[in-house]
Design a protein around this ligand. Structure first.
Ligand SMILES: *Cc1c(COP(=O)(O)O)cnc(C)c1O
Length: 384
């Protein structure tokens, strides 16, 4: 059996090696390292894939989030509601811009932000909601868009983990993740579902005016060379990364299909295990049915009984199987984001999930033998 890795990027590279290496050579010969033709071509191709009017490439997913908030003109003191159970980048940029982060609890099955908790947290100062499409599936965008409309709020989708996922609305309409709110951010960090070979990110929007504003902000607030109309940042995708992304984008659906196939095999193996909760989706399906493309499994995350979780992590590691705990500490308990207004009773789910979650190896190169080995280790350990 091949050595099991948490993420395995080598296999994907082998498949696109010729194309990537030849693009790299062209770029190196042309010296068009920044904002070269590859960046523009990738932007157009991603707009086509997503069905969104504007893609604005930038340096990474954290910048993308920050630039979204700058572009919307959020001001110090404005409250921004986001999930307590996520990667810190989301809350970090809110705090950096001197906006007020308001963390709220998540839902038990999807791990995504809970619309009831959002509504409870809305005040006259609330300006935006940042749903994070955690682990690869959309948050409850029907409820979130309804709330935003009712309270006149912006919705910024953090789509770093959800690229390629499709959301099906209650009325049957479908949209790609990241094209539903007013604006969205994504990351092309190497281990993301669409990853480059360094840092990269992008912003998506259907709003022409906002897109124009954002294009200036990523480039020092310049709309005309050396005329700085707004305070901007320097955040660019470089040509080499764009070349990698151009090679991978046509394969993104196949990559996500492979992740779903691995998730399906995992979930089927755990079916009769009553002490494991497998991932489910907002639509109530398991995210792995043959027609379903609502979940792209950036992570495959189980819930197990909290007293067994850490021992299971150890057991897997002892047997050569890497795994992850995403995320071990609720954001509202992180030193940087403590706020005396928070009440522990409002974070019941997050407080429980941080003790129960375990993410198993998930990437496009997992084979059946490896998945069988991993599931057997988990089941034997829990039944011991
Ligand atoms: C990875 C990630 C980010 C940040 O992306 P970078 O490109 O690493 O800056 C933001 N939000 C979420 C949910 C992520 O998973």
């Amino acid at each position: 059996m091949k050595k099991i890795q948490m993420v395995d990027l080598k296999g994907q590279y082998e498949e696109i090696k010729e194309q990537v290496n030849s693009s790299f050579e062209t770029i190196l010969d042309s010296s068009a390292f920044i904002n070269g033709p590859e960046v523009h071509a990738f932007q157009k191709e991603l707009e086509g894939y997503l069905g969104v009017k504007h893609v604005i490439p930038c340096a990474n997913g954290t910048d993308a989030l920050q630039i979204c908030m700058m572009g919307l003109g959020l001001q110090p003191g404005d409250e921004v509601i986001t999930a307590d159970f996520t990667f810190a980048a989301t809350v970090e940029v809110i705090a950096l811009l001197q906006l007020t982060p308001v963390l709220v609890d998540v839902e038990p099955n999807t791990f995504n932000i809970n619309p009831i908790a959002i509504e409870k947290a809305i005040t006259p100062k609330t300006k935006a909601i940042v749903p994070v499409h955690l682990f690869g599936q959309c948050a409850n965008m029907d409820a979130i868009m309804d709330l935003a409309k009712k309270h006149n709020l912006y919705v910024i989708e953090d789509n770093a983990q959800g690229i390629g996922a499709t959301h099906t609305f209650k009325d049957g309409k479908k949209a790609k993740s990241g094209t539903i709110g007013h604006v969205a951010s994504t990351s092309f960090f190497p281990s993301k579902n669409l990853g480059c070979y360094g840092d990269g990110g992008a912003i998506f929007t259907n709003d022409d005016e906002l897109a124009h504003t954002l294009r200036g902000i990523v480039n020092h607030g310049m709309y005309k060379r050396y005329h700085h109309d707004v305070v901007g940042v320097n955040s660019r995708l470089d040509s080499l990364q764009a070349a990698v992304l151009r090679a991978k984008l046509p394969k993104l659906d196949t990559y996500n299909e492979k992740r779903r196939a691995a998730a399906k095999k995992y979930s089927n193996s755990f079916k009769s295990q009553s002490d494991i909760i497998v991932p489910t989706t907002v639509n109530g399906c398991d995210g792995i049915c043959d027609t379903c493309d609502c979940h792209v499994f950036h992570q495959y995350t189980l819930r197990v009984l909290s007293e067994k979780r850490d021992k299971l992590v150890q057991h897997l590691n002892d047997n050569g199987v890497p795994c992850g705990v995403y995320y071990p500490i609720p954001l509202h308990n992180q030193k940087a984001y403590l706020d005396s207004r928070y009440n522990e009773a409002d974070f019941k789910l997050t407080n429980q999930l941080v003790k129960e979650v375990i993410s198993l190896p998930m990437h496009t190169e997992l084979d059946d033998e490896q998945i069988d080995f991993i599931t057997k280790l988990v089941i034997d350990f829990l039944n011991k």
